[in-house]
Design a binder for this molecule. Structure first.
Ligand code: ZN
Length: 435
């Protein structure tokens, strides 16, 4: 374990980019060997646990699917030319494709080809997890130039009884109030979406693990998108109640300003602290309201779960031309962008860890302050009135959610007076430190 957080592994942009490069060629999907291989690489750096949920397990309204095995996938033209080959680029096979072997005429083949007419040189990323079909993804330019004739299709895949794997790391703190950090790990060779998120989350976890003490408990998840988050939530009813806020990390490696999509209610501690942390470090941040679309924030912040979840990214998904194409590659993600994202998130973590919160131990009505010598029994001076008001603000806002800094901001009373009120109320047994 590194002695100082600043010496944590993967803390430089070059290290982060090298880790993205190592993970890049692996053929990941929502299940299968690719996810396990990727988690094993992260596990060389941080002590994450790889957990498995068996095929067929009901998880809320979903069922853990069969595991996808990809042994190879090629498409050969009538002239013997190999038009698509998953070994060359794993985007070239439809992710989760059903197996298929046979010769098909061009008209029939075309129904199973996916391409991007507006970006004719790029291979699109396409999936079919929940409907059995076979297919290839190709540059539109290639699709347009295919000659008539019979094509040889060899998609050597299988859907087998197995399990869904995800990675989890819990870093306990003085409080069992948890912050959940999550990154999806199911995309194949796509660097920004979301190897950048996986790698930055791992580096952030390494930094937190190296910290001598933590006030909050931090939980990191590397899980396949949608089904992974749902599977974790469905199997962790107890744990999820301790999560006070969740942060989904995605798209952090391509240049572009930071964006934060708030939680559903827009008032979580991350909603409040992230803008302050980025402002303190002089970073531009675009804050956007919640929409029930995007990454796993929409699973965490579904009404029956109610974990306030936001999403932190650079340019958000779908707003860059490289999104879900073969152009989301190792040149598209930049060491300095990865390093900047890690630095920004380290600032967020430091702010959250330095948050001081207290709990009012007699929160039903006001406690009787007069009997404890904490309230005037006779008319007092201005300083006495301010002292009282400070105590009332501290009692009223000490629900474990508001920080001392926020009590100062909201009350407009000086930090010194608020501190004095906390000390007096704690000494009288009316307040207890939460984080
Ligand atoms: Zn994606």
């Amino acid at each position: 374990m590194p002695a100082s957080p600043d010496l944590a592994p993967e803390s430089t942009g070059a290290d982060l980019h090298a880790l993205v490069a190592r993970l890049f060629p692996i053929a990941r999907s929502i299940t299968g060997a690719g996810v396990r291989e990727s988690l094993a690489i992260l596990r060389e750096r941080i002590p994450l646990e790889v957990r498995e949920i068996p095929t067929g397990t009901p998880v809320f309204d979903w069922t853990v699917p069969k595991e996808w095995v990809l042994r190879g996938a090629t498409l050969t033209a009538p002239d013997g030319r190999v038009v698509a080959d998953a070994a060359r680029h794993n985007l070239e096979v439809l992710n989760y494709s059903a197996p298929f072997f046979g010769r098909v005429p061009l008209a029939e083949l075309r129904k199973n080809l996916h391409s991007l007419p507006a970006q004719p040189d790029l291979v699109p990323y396409r999936t079919s997890y929940y409907q059995q079909r076979w297919g290839f993804c190709l540059p539109h330019r290639v699709v347009e130039s295919l000659p008539e004739g019979e094509y040889e299709v060899a998609i050597d895949t299988a859907h087998v009884e197995g399990s869904l794997a995800y990675g989890e790391l819990v870093l306990p703190g003085a409080s069992d109030r948890e912050i959940l950090v999550s990154a999806h790990c199911c995309h194949p060779s796509l660097a920004n979406d979301n190897l950048s998120g996986m790698v930055v989350a791992a580096a952030l976890a390494a930094r937190l693990a190296a910290r001598g003490e933590r006030r909050h408990t931090w939980r990191f998840l590397w899980a396949p998108g949608t089904i992974g988050a749902i599977a974790w939530l469905a199997t962790h009813a107890e744990e999820r109640r301790r999560v006070v806020a969740a942060l989904v990390l995605a798209g952090l490696g391509a240049p572009g300003p930071f964006h934060y999509k708030t939680s559903r209610d827009g008032r979580s501690l991350l909603d409040r602290e992230i803008p302050k942390a980025l402002a303190a470090s002089g970073e531009t941040l675009h804050v956007e309201p919640f929409v029930p679309f995007g990454y796993d924030e929409r699973q965490f912040d579904s009404p029956g779960v109610g974990i306030a979840a936001g999403c932190f990214s650079r340019t958000p998904y779908g707003r860059y031309a490289e999104y879900h194409t073969s152009a989301d590659d190792l040149d598209f993600v930049r060491p300095e962008a990865l390093e900047g994202a890690l630095r920004a998130l380290a600032g967020v973590v430091d702010r959250i860890e330095s948050r001081e919160t207290w709990v009012n131990l007699l929160p039903q009505g006001e406690p009787q302050l007069g009997s404890r010598g904490l309230y005037r029994t006779l008319g007092g001076d201005d300083a006495g009135r301010e002292r009282e008001l400070a105590r009332l603000w501290v009692l009223n806002l000490s629900d474990g959610a508001n920080s001392v800094e926020e009590i100062v901001e909201r009350s407009g009373i000086s930090p010194l007076r608020i501190r004095e009120a906390i000390d007096d109320l704690a000494a009288a047994g009316l307040l207890e430190r939460r984080t």
